[in-house]
Design a protein around this ligand. Sequence first.
Ligand SMILES: Cc1cc2nc3c(=O)[nH]c(=O)nc-3n(C[C@H](O)[C@H](O)[C@H](O)COP(=O)(O)O)c2cc1C
Length: 351
Amino acid sequence: MSLAFSLLRPVLHSMDPEMAHSLTIKALASGAYPRCSAPDDARLEQTIFGLTFSNPVGLAAGFDKNAEALKGIFAMGFGFAEAGTVTPLPQEGNPKPRVFRDTESQSVINRMGFPGLGADVFAENYTRFCEKYKTPKKIVGINIGKNKTTEDPAADYLKLATHFAPVCDYLSVNISSPNTPGLRDLQKPDFLIPFIRDLKKITGTKPVLIKLAPDLTDAQITELAATLLEAGIDGIILGNTTLDRPESLPQNFRGQTGGLSGPHVKAKSTHAIARIYAETKGKLPVIGVGGVASATDAYAKIRAGASLVQLYTALVFHGPALVTDIKTGLLRLLDRDGFKTLKDAIGADHK
Ligand SMILES: Cc1cc2nc3c(=O)[nH]c(=O)nc-3n(C[C@H](O)[C@H](O)[C@H](O)COP(=O)(O)O)c2cc1C
């Protein structure tokens, strides 16, 4: 943890979590942010679905919902960032308070429900970033979701794909947030096969990834792997927050409705990554998300089958220096295990 963040953290953590987050976004958007200027080590570079990632550590969706802070986010050293979830129309989300942090376990529960400024404002913000700062190295995925009251979920996603596929590096289809009623029910073959085919007609060669819940059973993962291969998806993001509530969490925290993120989702998401990698025989690139707070955590997901990782909650507790720490630590772990490059370590646990 950097000295600046160790001084700032008590101030931020004395505030309501959503207020602290809004201030962080404002600071990042206004240019008040830490800069990591060290170039990435070539051993961490990979080309996946036609995109060259200079390092495998990405920012997970939900942090920059309206694409306001991408310049500052890349200055932290991330290899890629996922903006959104963006919905077609602006919406308020669930009533506040709706984000809860537990310092002891370094966990968050959120039931935000996709609050956001909507596709038009998102597009304005994203265009501004592209015009001024976007380079091929700054890989941006746009994470799309449906409005709460929409009658036709597929129509919302197709509309957003038409809007954003031409301008993003990859599209991430979020059907796994636990906070939008009915959303996780879309993780079914009957819906997914025609839906993904319709999406792919719109997106053309632009990679389309699907973001799944870590709460899927092994049987559901087996079925989904076949479905996603058949439908022609380009990659999988695994996963979103969990509905689990481990007994060890304090009662007033674990009693909150919403999705739990941080260390308690780590093993579950890594298990799901290993299952999907095995079921697809490594044919679909996986982005591993859930409880990544160190190089060891990231490496476990890579060995289980993830090509890239993302994080959100650990940033709240460890601050931006974590990104550099993970990259440096990954190089040490590759050396320890005798891998020349990161690519060689992907799925190593299956070999
Ligand atoms: C406050 C908060 C808001 C989130 N919002 C979104 C979102 O809008 N879309 C999405 O796909 N995931 C969202 N997520 C889930 C994260 O992207 C990630 O999948 C999950 O938190 C697990 O990773 P972590 O343990 O590193 O946080 C959110 C997570 C948090 C903590």
